[in-house]
Every structure is written in structure tokens, then in C-alpha cells.
Write a protein that binds this ligand. Structure first.
Ligand SMILES: [Zn+2]
Length: 417
């Protein structure tokens, strides 16, 4: 069976030019004793907006790993697929993020719900989970609520899983189940019963992506109480541990954090908690590589700077349209966005510093960073020119990508200096 490594990292590369720079960061971590399995991910949404095919991600992953003579495992993730979108990912992917978000809240059939409630009844009362100090409170009412909210999603996850398995063959891919793209976080108790459902459906889930408390906006830091996050994260880990034994799930089942990239405040917490319990982790980053490309182009000056300034001007005009598909995962304060006239006067450094995620830099502007993050469609409209600029300024661009993944993500997560 294809088994994902203990620590893995999801890497997004919207325009398919930065795989080598991303891999370089993974290789560097390996030299420091941190073995990370790279997983290249790109969602259907990103493919649709840019006009690329899932097979393009496979080609990129195969070619950059061959070029670097990288002999360790790596994966291509069909990111956030469901029954409607999975088909064209099947051939090229060997990691599937089965997204059940749109099925949560829909009710399964009465007999299925009743059967689940019957089987879960023995957990009613005080549920003691090793590693969690206070027992979890479970009532029959709560079990019913959870069954009504999540059982249909678990059944759908099985349908999607079976569709993939029929096409690819048993054990030839890694299965993740994600439910992070919903308005409300799941509690550890909910996670426990969701895992019970996945166990009953016989889904060999290796990574599970719940939604955590707090805001995970794309490309910027965590918004919320990091101590509360840490407590919830640790409780979830203990729940997974217990559920694996209790429900016969794969022994390597681990947490997947869909970070949206750049969650600097909570990385040290995540790193120390998984170390404390000797657990695995899948850390998915978003397509922020695109942001690093813009930063690299800004830093290159000349035509490259003009190009990214133009993207910014257009993004101001199309702000609503660009933000709409990402409404749940961005928070842009429009009044803090610099105007076109202001930006027109900016030099390379000022533009790059405004976007580069270095919070102590007084020029850093998280609102502008989030807007550019969702504005990649505008570069896709001028693809030839954009690719040409990426290629002529490759060194500056790839070093921005590397620095972001290695210094700002990996080093913070694993406490490397
Ligand atoms: Zn996600």
C-alpha cells in the first residue's frame, strides 16, 4: 500500500515554474535531519481559473524530481476534489484530498442514522481519551446531532473513494478526507465520531483535515488565540490516536493542516506538539508560490516591476470578482490598500517589501498581500508575457520561493536556525 511519510508538506505551484525551488527547500530540510515528503497540490478551482490540467502538475513533479535526482517518494495531490470533479484527476494523482465540505449538514437516510447512533451509544457519558485531561462529554443528543450533520458526508467520502479505487486499484494512492472549507470548526468530539464513521465506511484514510478554530486566511498569519489553537490541536491528535485503535483505521493516520500558508504564529506550537507526541503531520501550503513570484519580479525591477504593478492596478478594479471564490479564506481591509497613484511612485524595494511576509517590516501590507494572492487570474490572462518574465528573472524569483518555504515555513515549524 502506498503509505505517506511521517512528515509531508503540500506545495502549491499555480503556474508550474517553481517546483525546483520548492524541492530545494525540501532537500535542504533533509540535510538538517528533517525528512519531508513533498506533495504537489493544485485544486480544481486553480486549474479552472488558470486553464491548466491536472496532468501538468504530474509532469512538473516528475521532471523536477528527476532533475534534482530526488530518489525519495513524492506525490501529486488531487486537491479538494469531490464526486463532480474527481474524474480528470484520477490518472495523474496518487494522493486524493476528498473534500466532503459540501455534503456536511445534509442528512443521511433514517436507517443509516439510526444504525450509527446505536453503535455509538456506548460512548455516551464521560468519554476518556488518553492524553486529554478532562473527559469529553457525550450525550445521546449530541451523537444524534453529529450523525445528522456528518454521516451523509462520510458516505459520500466512501463513494468518492470507491470511484478512485476502482480506477487506480487498491493501495495505489493515499487518501485524505478534508472538511476544512466550512464556516464552523469541528470539535474534538465531532472529530472522534467522524473518524468512527470513516472507519465504518472502510475508508483507509491516512490524513484528515479538520477545520480548526481561528482564521486561516490565505498567505497571511493565523488570526486567533494561539494557546487555544494549541489545546485544540493537541486534543485532536489524541483523538486520532485513540480512534485509530478503536475503529481500525490505518496506523499511520495523521493530521493534515490546511494552513493556507504563512501561519507563522502557530507553527512553533504545531512543531512542538507533534514532537512531544512523536506524531506525523501533513502541512498543506496554498498557492502562495505565486505571491513569491510577484515579489521576485518586483525585486527584479524594469519590465518585471511594471508587469506586477499593472496586475495590482487591475486587481483594484476587479476586487469583488477576484475575492468572491475566496470569501471564506481572506479578510481584506479595502481602506488599507494603497491607491494606484501611490504605487505608481514605488520602487522595486517598496513594492516587494509591501508583499513579502515579514511582519516587522513597516512596509508589509497583509491586505495587499491577500489581494495579490487571489489576483493570479490576471497573470493567467497574459500568460506568455508572464512566463517570459518568470524565465528571464528566474534566479530572483526562485530564491524568493525557496526563502518562503524554507526559512519562513520549515525553519519555524521544526525550530531550525
Ligand atoms: Zn483546504
Amino acid at each position: 500500500m502506498k503509505t505517506i511519510g511521517k512528515i509531508s508538506m503540500g506545495l502549491g505551484d499555480r503556474f508550474g515554474h517553481q517546483g525546483s525551488a520548492q524541492l530545494k527547500a525540501i532537500i535542504e530540510a533533509g540535510k538538517k535531519g528533517i525528512e519531508i515528503t513533498p506533495v504537489w497540490n493544485k485544486s480544481n478551482r486553480e486549474h479552472m481559473i488558470i486553464g491548466t490540467q491536472p496532468g501538468d502538475v504530474r509532469k512538473e513533479a516528475d521532471s523536477v524530481t528527476a532533475k534534482a535526482v530526488f530518489k525519495k517518494p513524492y506525490y501529486v495531490d488531487a486537491d479538494h476534489i469531490n464526486l463532480d470533479t474527481v474524474d480528470r484527476f484520477i490518472e495523474s494523482s496518487d494522493f486524493f484530498t476528498i473534500d466532503v465540505a459540501s455534503y456536511i449538514g445534509k442528512k443521511a437516510g433514517d436507517s443509516e442514522i439510526n444504525e450509527f447512533i446505536k453503535g455509538a451509544g456506548k460512548y455516551s457519558g464521560e468519554l476518556k481519551i488518553p492524553g486529554i485531561r478532562k473527559p469529553l462529554k457525550v450525550t445521546n443528543h449530541l451523537i444524534t446531532e453529529i450523525a445528522e450533520k456528518y454521516l451523509f458526508a462520510a458516505i459520500k467520502a466512501w463513494e468518492i473513494f470507491r470511484k478512485i479505487e476502482k480506477a487506480k486499484g487498491k493501495g495505489n494512492f493515499v487518501t485524505e478526507v478534508s472538511m476544512d472549507e466550512v464556516p464552523n470548526p469541528q470539535t474534538p468530539v465531532e472529530l472522534f465520531f467522524i473518524l468512527k464513521m470513516l472507519g465504518e465506511e472502510n475508508i483507509p484514510v491516512q490524513t484528515i483535515a479538520p477545520k480548526f478554530s481561528g482564521r486561516f486566511n490565505k498567505g497571511v498569519d493565523y488570526v486567533g488565540d494561539p494557546d487555544k489553537f494549541a489545546e485544540e490541536f493537541e486534543a485532536d491528535l489524541m483523538v486520532i490516536d485513540f480512534a485509530v485503535k478503536e475503529f481500525g483505521l490505518p496506523a499511520n493516520l495523521k493530521m493534515s493542516v490546511h494552513s493556507g500558508s504563512d501561519k507563522f504564529t502557530i507553527y512553533p506550537y504545531i512543531g512542538s506538539i507533534i514532537k512531544k507526541h512523536n506524531k506525523g503531520l501533513h502541512l498543506k501550503t496554498a498557492g502562495t508560490t505565486w505571491l513569491e513570484e510577484v515579489i521576485g519580479l518586483a525585486a527584479s525591477g524594469g519590465k518585471a516591476l511594471d508587469f506586477v504593478k499593472d496586475i495590482y492596478y487591475k486587481s483594484l478594479e476587479k476586487i469583488e470578482e477576484l475575492c468572491a471564490p475566496y470569501a471564506d479564506v481572506i479578510d481584506i481591509n479595502i481602506s488599507k490598500l494603497p491607491s494606484k497613484d501611490e504605487v505608481a511612485k514605488w520602487n522595486s524595494k517598496k513594492f516587494a517589501d509591501s508583499l513579502r511576509h515579514v511582519p516587522r517590516n513597516k512596509d508589509f501590507n497583509p491586505n495587499m498581500r491577500q489581494l495579490i494572492h487571489v489576483a493570479y487570474k490576471l497573470a493567467a490572462l497574459k500568460m506568455d508575457e508572464y512566463y517570459h518574465l518568470l524565465e528571464t528573472n528566474e534566479k530572483t524569483v526562485s530564491s524568493a520561493v525557496y526563502e518562503n518555504i524554507y526559512n519562513r515555513h520549515i525553519c519555524r515549524l521544526f525550530d531550525l536556525k
